[in-house]
Every structure is written in structure tokens, then in C-alpha cells.
Design a protein around this ligand. Structure first.
Ligand SMILES: Nc1nc2c(c(=O)[nH]1)N[C@H]1C(S)=C(S)[C@@H](COP(=O)(O)OP(=O)(O)OC[C@H]3O[C@@H](n4cnc5c(=O)[nH]c(N)nc54)[C@H](O)[C@@H]3O)O[C@H]1N2
Ligand SMILES: Nc1nc2c(c(=O)[nH]1)N[C@H]1C(S)=C(S)[C@@H](COP(=O)(O)OP(=O)(O)OC[C@H]3O[C@@H](n4cnc5c(=O)[nH]c(N)nc54)[C@H](O)[C@@H]3O)O[C@H]1N2
Ligand SMILES: [Mo]
Length: 773
């Protein structure tokens, strides 16, 4: 598959279907999977099985027959591979040599097998006993002049139990420095929505998808990133619901879909059309677009009043549940259509068409992904989307609501149980009183602030519970320097990745169990709990023997780090790690919504965390949902770049290919976008190719237009003509992270603006290996 010759060939089939099945067969073969893996797959998202480590999309009651998902299969195959990173392998390969390998190659070495410590004499990692590793961590942390010189990163796969113990450890130690993957992902959702509707989560459940008649899908690519969601969308489409994709790219996966679970569709080679309408704003144009739709809704309401027809606005909802509608309406009336059209890149007729679809919908769900959250004005855009939904009372009733689509399988749960650099005082009060200590009150560092603090010598110890910080973070060179300036870096991980190679003066790699593996503590197999994108909490049990006997669970690693640092006089860390139900009891005592936690997760499918907004209760300062007014800003980094370079300055989005999971590269294809055997491509509009004097198939370097005098260059990308708006280009992450300036962040939430970077394209020669091939 990936080893095939690089080529570009547009995809003409439906998404999923036989292509997905073929991929699965190949990925199982490639990972030299044995019989156990089929068993592992079978138990994925089953009542007594493990939660899929793939994504945070919910399951139907966890009780359906095997839910087939290509994404899940890839994640499980990657975790259950029979290949191992052994001490011999690491002794034979210096860090310098490993740095020359691609991320794809690093991934291929398999599972980490033993705890390892960096040896500067030989520039290799060598084995270390668990106790010695924990002692090293304890010594380093205790020797810091201030606990705020340590940062505790989390990637969203950690279970509630591991994450809760981890934040307790860091706070008992004395800091709120919790950079996490959310800071780079749905932070705009988590920070923006509470001011609007009182909660930073979605308001729908899976059942709402059964009765929704209109779905607006903003900026996400479910065929690749949430394949099980596609099954749900297909059911909606079959029922006759109207589905609209709002995305600069016309993602193939949203056009047609063959359900691998439907034998009839598979055999007859038929497929269901998913989206009937495609709106293609320019990158970052959603704010203006949504404003236009809202403005048109208001106009339609005015017309209804004039013609004495039924009102378009939900006046009852607005009157009894919201504040600020008049100011919002004034703002909409003042906005000129011309500005809306220019800034969104969508013609007025299309915006009016979208408004008509919206108002015809009796039950509207809107979903969104990274296409909305990774821009300068993401928070404002999401608040505006909430306003649009509130205009017609589309929140807190059946079949309608807000639905942010989360990434990592437990990223939402991590926040719920306290992975949060800006905790509320109420949370800290409860934590302190339950465990008998005074937690730190100052806000801690997020991802971007942690990198800045490392650079400034203010953070000296960096600990990562999962993830690949060096590759996921922006401004790679600066981030790497920051990590290298640390005294100690610690990575709790399942597989080797580049973050392990970009290390501090001292460095540890601590190998841990994956979701699929049996977690024995005190002679009893432990389950861990996770919260999905729609706030369902359920338990997950591993099914497979651990990859090696030396692995330790994340929860046990955290408990041992805490014990080595703080001792057990106040908190019996290892006693908690002996039986995870003890941790759940404490989560219940500290975090609202976990009443009878242990009893309720015993129920198949788990339980739903209460979302007040779903019941039209608003946890805002005023007790009402708020129409927040945000101006349309035209002075953006992109505009400033265009002022200097004219239309040659393009906006770059960094996005995922089909065969990757964030920084993990499974293979080199992006099937639905027609890219095979390669990743260094850039998607560009035909007219922009002509304007720049380039041809598809030529090669370019990309440089960022920024004003700090730093040259940011990503070399060697193949130009691919694509259906993308003019002035916009797309390329894959993480290859393009060196282009994202550290201080190019979203207002309010500090998320790197990975989907809107001003860049220039420079002609370059084809790479040597491509010329030779
Ligand atoms: N197979 C696989 N599954 C995954 C992941 C993975 O890497 N691989 N990652 C997981 C994680 S952590 C996450 S957060 C999710 C990410 O899942 P998505 O949210 O789908 O993330 P991206 O692939 O970055 O794609 C974003 C989509 O937004 C569009 N877009 C870009 N800019 C804009 C814009 O300005 N406006 C609009 N309207 N659209 C825009 C792009 O064209 C693309 O279709 O997936 C999760 N699931
Ligand atoms: N330019 C650009 N940058 C981005 C994005 C983008 O769209 N564009 N997207 C952002 C987003 S949405 C996110 S969420 C972040 C992702 O940032 P991260 O979450 O930090 O990155 P991942 O690639 O998901 O982490 C993969 C690593 O996690 C480890 N791992 C896997 N499973 C487990 C497990 O069960 N336990 C433990 N302890 N470790 C495990 C493995 O070692 C693997 O190498 O990247 C962000 N960065
Ligand atoms: Mo994410």
C-alpha cells in the first residue's frame, strides 16, 4: 500500500466500503497480527471490551454488534503490533541516527518494551529499573526551587483514573502547569461556549441524530477522522435529513459512503449520498459566513412580520432563555453584505440559500471540528454559531443542538477530571478538602506558554502522559530548542516517537499499557473509564496480554512518580493504583456529575454526564444563554501578509491525511483525496497555479510571512491541483508545523492557528530520490 510508487489519482468511489476492508486486511498483515488481534478487534467498543483508542465518537449503547471502523482497526493494529523496540535496538541506534528516520519509520519499530534512560556518553537509551526511574523523577522534582518549574503534559488518551491521579499529583506537588493536547485542539470550544451556554461541551446525544432533520457540518472530515460518525450521517441522509458540508475542501468522504456494516450496500456496490449541499468558504471565512446566515435569518423574520406569516425567530426561547438579542440583532443589521461576501469568500446567494436550509429545519444539529477551532477568531466563531442556533431555539430540545466533534478518545474526560491549567476555584476547593492539602491557586501554563517558559528557563522538568509534544506543537525548531533546554524530560508512551529523541539533559521513556491490554492490579483485572464526545462515560477492559511483562499501567506509573516525589504520608498513591474503583470514589467526591460512579459504570453503555444546557439550564453568570456580540475583524495576519505580497501571499491549512493518527503515520496514502505513497504535497487551486506561474507536478518550498525576523521554511512539496478556494492551500501536519509561529494563536484560548498561516511558495527542484525514481 504505502510502499507503492508516489502518485496522484483522484478518488472516484464511495467512502468506506471495500476500500476500507482492503485497507484493514493489509494493515493486519503489515503488523504481523496474530489470531489475538482479530479477537481484540471483535471486542472493540463492545459491552465487555475496550474503548476504541481511535476517536471520541460515541457508540450506540456499546451494545451493537461489532462496529466496523477503519480508523479503529488502524489504531488497534498499531497498538497490538508484534514488533518491539528492544534495549538491543536502542543500544544499536544512537539518538542522532534515529533522528534521521521519518516519523513513519519510527512508528514501524513497534511497541516500547522496557523503561529506558538516556545515556549521554553513548547517545543511546539504555534500560533502567522502574524504581531507579521513579527515584530520578522524584529527585529532580524535589530539587526544583519552585513547583512551577515543572510542566505536566497530557494527550487525550489517558483514562479518567490516570488523568485524575496525575492532576492530583501535580497539584499536591504544587503546580497547575497542565499543557494538554486540547490546547491545540478544541480549546476554542471549551473556552468559548461556557460564556454563551454555560458549558464547554456539546449539548446533543446520539439519539438526537435519529430525529434531526438538518445537519450543518462545519470544518471536519469524518470519513477519515471519525468514520463511525459517517454511519450515523448516512442514516440521517437515508431518512431524508438535509446535510450540508461547510468546508473549503469538497471532502470526498462526505459525498458518498458505502457502509461496511451493510451487506446489501457492499454486495450491490451501492452507496448513500451523504451531503446534498457543499458550501466552500475560504479558510477562516466561517465567522463572516455564519454572520451572513444569521443576518439573513433576521431578514427572513422581518419579511415574515411584514407579510404576517409565522415568525422565523423562536421568540419564546429568546425571551425566556437568553440575554442580549437586541444588541446582536443590531450588530447583524449593521454588517454590510459586501464585507460578509469578501470575508467569507461565499457569494450572497449561497449564504441566503444556507439560511433558507437552516430556517426550514425544525431540528438542527451543527457539528464542528478543527476547521473552526484552529484560527485566530475561533472562539468568536463558535460563539456566533451558538447565537445562530439560539435564534431558532435549536439548543436544548430533541434532535437539535451543538455538537463539537472531539479528537482523542478521552480528551473530554481528561478536562472533566481536572486536566486544566485554569481550574475553577470551586474545583480546587473540593480537591483540597477531599485530600487535605492546599492546591496552588495561580493559573498554570498551557502548551504555548509552556514552550515559552521552557525557552526562558522557567520550566526545567517536562513530563508527558502520552502524546508527541515535539511533533504536535507549533514552530518545531523553537519547540525543540525549548525541550532540549530542560533538565529532565519524561515520556510515558506506548510507541517510540520523535519527542523521545528531542530530550532534556536527563531523559526517560516509560513504556505503558495500551487500551487493548489487560491491566492487572492486586491480582484483579482493572477497567478504566472514558468520556466520549457526547458526554457518555463508560468502562473499558483490555483483552490482550501486555506487549511485554515489563510494562506498567499509566495509573501505576503516576502513583509511583507521586510516591517517589511526595511520599505517602498524606495520600496513599499506590493504594489507589491497586484498585481503580478507589480512584473513582474520589473522582465522585471531587467532580460534580459522577454520583454513584462505580455503580453506574457497571451498567452496559455506562451513563450520561449531565449537560445543564441540554435541559435549558444555563450555568452562565446571568443564568441565561448569552447572545455574545463579536465584531468581524479584517486586520488579520493574512491581510497584513497580503498587504506586503499581494495575492502571492496564500493561507495555509495544516490537516490530516487518511493514513495518520495525528503525529502517528500509519502509511503514506490519503485515499479519498487521491494522494498515494507520499505526504509532501500541497493542494492548490488551478487559477492560483496560473497566477503564480506554476504547474501541477512542480515542487515548491513554503515560507511563513511573519514579522519577527525568524525564517520559517518547510522544503519540498509537490503541487497538486485541487478543488479549494483561491488564495487557500492545504498540506499535512506535522510536516508543516515548522511553519506555524508560536505566537500565532487564537484570541482568548491561545490555540495555535494551524488552519490559517500566511505563506509564500517558492519554486524548487524535485527531491533527489524523486528524480532518481
Ligand atoms: N484517522 C484519524 N482519526 C483522527 C485523527 C487522526 O489524525 N487520524 N485525529 C483525531 C483528533 S485529535 C482530532 S482533533 C480529530 C480531527 O478531525 P477533523 O476536525 O476532521 O480535523 P482535520 O483533519 O484537521 O480536518 C479539518 C477539516 O476542516 C477543514 N477546514 C480547514 N480549515 C477550515 C476553515 O477555515 N473552515 C471550515 N469550515 N473548514 C476548514 C479541512 O478541509 C478538513 O476537512 O480527529 C480525530 N480522529
Ligand atoms: N499543525 C498542526 N498541529 C496540530 C494539529 C493540526 O491540525 N495541525 N492538531 C492538533 C491536535 S487536534 C491535537 S489533539 C494534537 C495531538 O497531540 P498529541 O496528543 O501529543 O499527539 P499524538 O500524535 O496523538 O500522540 C501519539 C503518541 O501517543 C503515544 N500513545 C498512544 N497511545 C497511548 C496510550 O494509550 N498511552 C500513552 N501513555 N501513550 C500513548 C504514542 O507514543 C504515540 O506516539 O496535535 C495538534 N497539532
Ligand atoms: Mo485533537
Amino acid at each position: 500500500m504505502s510502499q507503492e510508487k508516489p502518485r496522484i489519482a483522484p478518488y472516484t468511489h464511495a467512502a468506506a466500503g471495500w476500500g476500507a476492508i482492503k485497507y484493514v486486511a493489509l494493515s493486519l498483515l503489515r503488523e504481523r497480527v496474530n489470531g489475538l488481534n482479530y479477537r481484540a478487534l471483535f471486542y472493540q467498543n463492545q459491552p465487555n471490551g475496550f474503548d476504541c483508542p481511535g476517536c471520541a465518537w460515541p457508540d450506540r449503547e456499546h451494545a451493537s454488534t461489532f462496529e466496523f471502523c477503519e480508523n479503529g482497526v488502524k489504531a488497534v493494529a498499531a497498538e497490538t503490533t508484534s514488533k518491539r523496540v528492544t534495549p538491543e535496538f536502542l543500544a544499536a541506534n544512537t539518538v542522532e541516527a534515529l533522528m534521521k528516520q521519518t516519523d513513519f519509520e519510527l512508528e514501524q519499530h513497534g511497541r516500547l518494551s522496557e523503561p529506558m534512560v538516556y545515556d549521554p556518553q553513548t547517545d543511546t537509551y539504555r534500560p533502567i529499573a522502574w524504581d531507579a526511574a521513579f527515584a530520578l523523577i522524584g529527585e529532580q522534582l524535589r530539587s526544583l526551587p519552585s513547583p512551577d518549574q515543572a510542566a505536566f503534559y497530557t494527550s487525550g488518551r489517558a483514562s479518567n483514573e490516570a488523568a485524575f491521579l496525575y492532576q492530583l499529583f501535580a497539584r499536591a506537588y504544587g503546580t497547575n502547569n497542565f499543557p494538554d493536547c486540547s490546547n491545540m485542539c478544541h480549546e476554542a470550544t471549551s473556552r468559548g461556549l461556557p460564556f454563551a451556554v454555560g458549558v464547554g461541551k456539546g449539548t446533543v446525544t446520539l439519539q438526537d441524530f435519529e430525529t434531526a432533520d438538518t445537519l450543518l457540518l462545519f470544518g471536519q472530515n469524518p470519513a477519515t477522522n471519525h468514520p463511525r460518525m459517517l454511519g450515523e450521517l448516512r442514516e440521517c441522509a437515508k431518512r431524508g435529513a438535509t446535510l450540508v458540508s461547510i468546508n473549503p475542501l469538497r471532502e470526498r468522504g462526505l459525498e458518498r459512503f458505502t457502509n461496511p456494516q451493510s451487506p446489501v450496500e457492499m454486495l450491490t456496490m451501492s452507496s448513500t449520498n451523504i451531503c446534498s449541499v457543499f458550501v466552500q468558504p475560504k479558510l477562516g471565512g466561517d465567522f463572516a459566513l455564519i454572520k451572513g446566515v444569521a443576518k439573513r435569518v433576521l431578514e427572513l423574520d422581518d419579511e415574515a412580520v411584514a407579510a404576517n406569516r409565522e415568525r422565523v425567530l423562536d421568540l419564546d426561547f429568546i425571551a425566556s432563555h437568553t440575554n442580549g438579542f437586541e444588541a446582536f440583532a443590531d450588530d447583524l443589521r449593521k454588517e454590510a453584505w459586501e464585507t460578509i461576501e469578501t470575508e467569507s469568500g461565499v457569494p450572497r446567494e449561497e449564504i441566503e440559500g444556507l439560511a433558507l436550509i437552516y430556517v426550514r429545519g425544525k431540528r438542527v444539529i451543527c457539528t464542528w471540528g478543527m476547521g473552526l477551532t484552529q484560527h485566530k477568531h475561533s472562539v468568536q466563531t463558535i460563539q456566533l454559531l451558538a447565537n445562530l442556533m439560539m435564534m431558532r431555539g435549536n439548543i436544548g430540545r430533541e434532535g437539535a443542538g451543538l455538537c463539537p466533534i472531539r479528537g482523542h478518545s478521552n480528551v473530554q474526560g481528561n478536562r472533566t477530571v481536572g486536566i486544566e491549567e485554569k481550574p475553577t476555584q470551586a474545583f480546587l476547593d473540593r480537591l483540597g478538602s477531599v485530600f487535605g492539602f492546599e492546591p496552588p491557586r495561580e493559573h498554570g501554563y498551557d502548551v504555548v506558554e509552556s514552550i515559552e517558559a521552557m525557552r526562558a528557563g522557567k520550566v526545567k522538568v517536562f513530563i508527558a502522559l502520552g502524546g508527541n509534544f515535539a511533533m504536535a506543537s507549533p514552530d518545531s525548531e523553537i519547540t525543540w530548542d525549548a525541550l532540549r533546554s530542560c533538565d529532565l524530560t519524561v515520556h510515558i508512551a506506548t510507541k517510540l516517537n520523535r519527542s523521545h529523541l528531542i530530550h532534556g539533559k536527563a531523559a526517560l521513556i516509560l513504556p505503558t499499557l495500551g487500551r487493548t491490554e489487560i491491566d492487572m492490579q492486586g491480582g484483579v483485572a482493572q477497567g478504566v473509564t472514558v468520556e466520549d464526545s457526547v458526554a457518555m462515560v463508560h468502562i473499558s477492559y483490555g483483552m490482550k496480554q501486555p506487549a511485554t511483562p515489563a510494562l506498567m499501567s499509566e495509573t501505576a506509573i503516576v502513583a509511583n512518580m507521586a510516591n517517589a516525589t511526595l511520599g505517602e504520608d498524606n495520600i496513599p498513591w499506590r493504594w489507589y493504583a491497586q484498585d481503580y474503583s478507589r480512584i473513582r470514589d474520589k473522582i465522585e467526591a471531587v467532580v460534580e456529575g459522577f454520583e454513584q460512579y462505580n455503580a453506574r459504570i457497571a451498567h452496559p453503555g455506562g451513563f450520561h454526564m449531565r449537560i445543564a444546557a441540554r435541559e435549558r439550564e444555563w450555568d452562565t453568570a446571568s443564568g441565561k444563554a448569552e447572545f455574545l456580540v463579536n465584531p468581524l475583524v479584517v486586520d488579520t495576519p493574512i491581510r497584513r501578509a497580503q498587504a506586503r505580497f499581494g495575492e502571492r501571499a496564500m493561507v495555509l491549512m495544516t490537516t490530516r491525511s487518511h493514513d495518520q493518527y495525528n503525529t502517528t503515520i500509519y502509511a503514506l496514502d490519503d485515499r479519498y483525496r487521491g494522494v498515494f505513497g507520499q505526504r509532501r504535497v500541497v493542494f492548490i487551486n488551478r487559477d492560483d497555479l496560473a497566477m503564480l506561474g506554476f504547474k501541477a507536478g512542480e515542487w515548491v518550498d513554503l515560507t511563513t510571512v511573519w514579522d519577527d525576523g525568524v525564517e520559517r521554511r518547510a522544503p519540498g512539496f509537490l503541487l497538486v491541483e485541487y478543488n479549494i478556494p483561491r488564495g487557500c492551500i492545504g498540506a499535512y501536519y506535522p510536516e508543516t508545523n515548522p511553519l506555524v509561529p508560536l505566537d500565532s494563536v487564537a484570541d482568548v484560548c491561545n490555540t495555535p492557528t494551524s488552519k490559517s498561516i500566511p505563506v509564500l511558495l517558492h519554486r524548487t527542484a524535485a527531491p533527489v530520490e524523486r528524480v532518481a525514481a
